[in-house]
Each structure stands twice: as structure tokens, then as C-alpha cells.
Design a protein around this ligand. Sequence first.
Ligand code: AHR
Length: 618
Amino acid sequence: LLTIDGSKAVAMASPIHYGLMTEEINFCYDGGLYAELVRNRSFRDDPEAAVHWSEWGSAVISLDAAQPFNEAIPASLRVEAKAAGEGVTNEGYWGIPIHPATQYRASLRVKGGKDFHDTLKVSLVSNDGATVYASATTPALGEEWLAIDLVLETAADAPTTADARLQIELAKPGTCWLGFASLFPPTWNDRPNGLRKDLMQMLVDMKPKFLRFPGGNYLEGDTIETRFKWWETLGPVTERPGHPCPWGYRSSDGMGLMEFLLWCEDMGAEPVLGLYAGYSLKGDFVAPGKDLEPFVQEALDEIEYVMGPPTSKWGARRAKDGHPAPFKMRYVEIGNEDWFDKSGSYDGRFAQFYDAIKKKYPKLKCISSVGSEQPKEKWVKSRKPDVLDEHFYRRAEVFREMAKDYYDGFDRKGPEIFVGEWAAHETPFAPWEPASAKEPATPNMTAAIGDAAFMTNMERNSDIVTMQAYAPLFVNLNGRQWRPDLIGYDAVTAYGSPSYYALRMFSTNFGDEILKAELPADAKVFTSVTRRKEDGKVFVKLVNPELEPQTVTLVMKGFRSLDSTVETEVMAAGMDATNRLDQPVAVIPEVGKWEGVKRKSDYEMPAHSIVVLTFQTR
Ligand code: AHR
């Protein structure tokens, strides 16, 4: 028996409860959402070798520090062709994706040697060299750097394949230097330097209300020197040096601060900005006081870049970068997972950032990266954080336990709670355990049930759990460092895990009022109920973790009237059922109708299922 009371709301749900958390992990930006197709486009991935580039024919290629392109690209790629038609190829991020009838934009910085004042042929070619999918020819090169933009278009009957490479051939024997080489497919909203369309579509479909970036560990870096230096990620991509990412590869920083903000804008989400706070992953920290001041200033400048007026120093820089209007931002996070800082300096560091931020931006809410689930001695005590960020990577059955009442007793006077990273794993292995690397990158239905159960508790408490975000969001299946991940892909195909669909079901069916929904103590289902005030839609979430169907008797009391047709969205599947690249939609929700519904009606929940019932009430 589930009794739902519509007479009055228990509390108001946070309007920004559902959002996204992202960072550079699992080739999430480079080789993922960031649509650049050339890998190692600035030749900085390895200072010793032109990795991901190969000779074509008997050409000889090498990094040439004597011919830098600029300060950000201190070595160019020297290509010496012994015969006409030889040159260099780039393998992309596990292939260059070919799609039919598609225009690709290539952008080169290139110059010829004394022995080469001729043209280059730029092509998309199958890896066996047999098929040219598209090609274009540059003007003749001079001995000064030239910026060349080309369009390469595939034919309508081209296949969809990642078994292809970018090839650059010299028309005659001779030498040329590449200072930069980039290739973009069509992007979301046609933005230059933009985002991969299929992945963006999947995110937009979730209707996220916020985006937490740039990390995660990626914010902190392994060392202070390799933290996310936001100012180095601005401006032309040829002037961004990139930096080592703590997940074992180098980031191009093509996904820079402006790109993050435009990404938010394109999803209708607000930024939740992670500020580097003087602690890095390998344990380096900056003591509070004088030494920390430059880092606090970096953060204040970053905030000014995001939301300062165009008349301010960094607001003017934002305007120069193409966005005069300030972005709306209400939350910033001071650091990431600072409970790992053994020095005990977080309280002091938090206070120093908090005071400086509040002085300049009194309305900006400051999130502590140490959540209430951490031991008390780690908590920030000298200030009252506006929000606590809590991270849970736990087994699905632990999430089912937490679903019962985890946030029910939290003090409504605050701080607000941001569950800034969470994900259920169905395997016995935590994401950081080596055994986890042998498991599929994306989770199965057992995990999705754990996720959905936990979400019912977060939703029921979404007056205080202001925001929540699953993490990590993405995984390139060829280059992962962590599981489970919400969305998997290779160069051409992407799919959502059952957890993705669970999240999408929850986030797209969410009201602004939390309603009282009572279940007997021994009920074997989880629930949460919200109502959208403006149109009277009531969203009933139900999770059946049992391997048998269950009948739930729904009693709708305190509503003036309700329609007899209820919209249903149901995802039901066995414990191991999952989606993969080669079966991307094996487990997805089905949309339907439940007819003849009265104030008291029996609903049959399929075994092992996640259900959203949408009632039209008045
Ligand atoms: O989501 C993966 C990692 O988990 C994040 O970078 C970090 O914040 C957490 O430990």
C-alpha cells in the first residue's frame, strides 16, 4: 500500500536537484565530448616522439624544437617526403570517425622548406590505405607559417566507421613543418571548437540543471604545478599549452573555461565551478596565510571571468573571448575531496577562500569539499559552509540500504547537501581496486536499481539535497581509468547504461513540491513522489529490487480530482542485463499508459524494475 497525500506539500524540491559532474577522465573530453579528432594536434603529448602520428610511405617525421610554432607549441612536426604523395598520418582517438555526407573542418598551421613550395593533400583514408573518403588540397606553401582551413566532405554512400585516419601528403619530394593540425566534424549548435553531437544529445535529454566542472581530481592535478590553470585554457587553441591530466594522459585544454561555460549555456544548466584550493593529489598543499593569497586571487579572477561585468579586467577578457554577458553562477566549490589532505590545512584554506569570496560576492554560495559522511575531525569548523559535497562510490546493495532513510534526519537549517559524485557498482570491487578494471566499463541493471533506490531518498530529501550528480559521466571504451561510468562510446557509437536511463527517467520527471508518500515499514519497494505545481502533474517513482513482480496499491488522497489515464515509463530487466556498444539499447525504458486508474488502484510492477507513473491531478 502506497498512500500519496496531495493535500499539501511536505517541502519544496530543489529546482536544480539533477545535474552533471564532469572532468577529464576516461578520455571524457579529449577523445570524447570535445569533438577534436586529431590526437596530439600540438605535438606535446610526448616531448620525445610524435606519438599518434606515423610516416606515410618512406617519409621521415620528427619533432623539431628548432622550428617552434609558438610558445605553446615549442616543437613542430617535421615531415620529409622522399617521393611525391608521401607524408604523415594521424590515428585520431582510436580511429577517425567517418560518417556519410558529412563535412569536416581541417585547420593547419604549416610551412614549407626551401625545397618545398608546393601543395599538401589532406585526406580521410581507410587504415588499409585502399579508400579515400574525402580530401582537399591546400594552396602552395611558403617558408612562413600559414593558417589553412579546408573542408573535407564524405560522399552520401560513405560507410560509418572508425577504421580511418587523417593523411597529409606532400605533392612533391621535400620538407614541410606542421605547427598544428586539427580536424572537427559537425558540432553541437555548430560551435567552432565545439562538442560531439551524439553525446551532447544524450546529456540534453537528461535536462541537467547544473554542471560541476572541471573536477574531480582533474581540478587538483597530481601536483600544484599541474592543477587546472584556467587562464591557460582561454583564447585560440593554438595558444593553449595543455597540461598533464592526473588520469595518465595529457589534456589538450581544447576544453577550456569558456568551452565549459558555453557547454552549460547549450544545456540550459548553471555552472558549479570547482576552484583550485591549494591541495593536489600527491599531497602537496599550500598553507593558509600569505602563501595561499595568490591562489585565492586566481580563484577571484576566475569567478570574475565567469560572472564579472564586461568592464572588469576578467569580464573584459570574457567579452574579448566572445561572451560579453556575464554567466549566471550561484555556487562555487572550494577544492575537491580535501579530506585526503593529511596536513589538516583545509579548515584554514576554506576559511581564507570563503572570506575573500564572500567579501566580493556575498551571494555566491561556497561548497565545502568535505562532506558530512567524512569523520568529524575533517569537517570545516571555523566557517559554516553553505553546502557540503558528499561522494559515494558504493555497492548497489549499500545504496539500497541508504535509500531507506539516509538523508531523512538531516538538519533542514543547513548546510545544503550536494551529492557531487556518486555511483553504485554491482561488482564487489570499488572503482579504484585493480580487479574493477576487468569488469565492463558501464554498469548493469543491478547497479541501476541501486542508483534508482538511492535517488528516491535524495529526491524525498531534495529540499536539503539541493544538487546531485552521478560520476563519472563518460568513458571512451578504448581508454578507461575508472568504472562504472554512465555513458560509453568509441569514435562512432555511443550508448547509455541502464543507470543512464534510470537517471534520465528521474531527472525528466521531477516536480517542485515533495509530497508525502507512505509505505508500510516492511515494503519491498522504494518510492518518491513530487508534484509540478503549475500543471498538477504528480510523478511517482517506484523501484522494485525484487526478482519477482510486486503489486503496489496506490491510494491518492487529498487531490480534488485525477485523470484515469496515467503515463508510464518502465525499465525492467534481469540483474545482469546491460547495454554495450554492440547492443546499445538492450535495456531501455518503455513508455506506455495505465488506463482506468481510480483513487485506489493496483499497479503491477514488473520484476526488477524502475517505474515512473505520471498522474494528471487537480
Ligand atoms: O569520479 C572519479 C574520481 O573520484 C574523481 O576525480 C574524484 O573526485 C573522486 O575520487
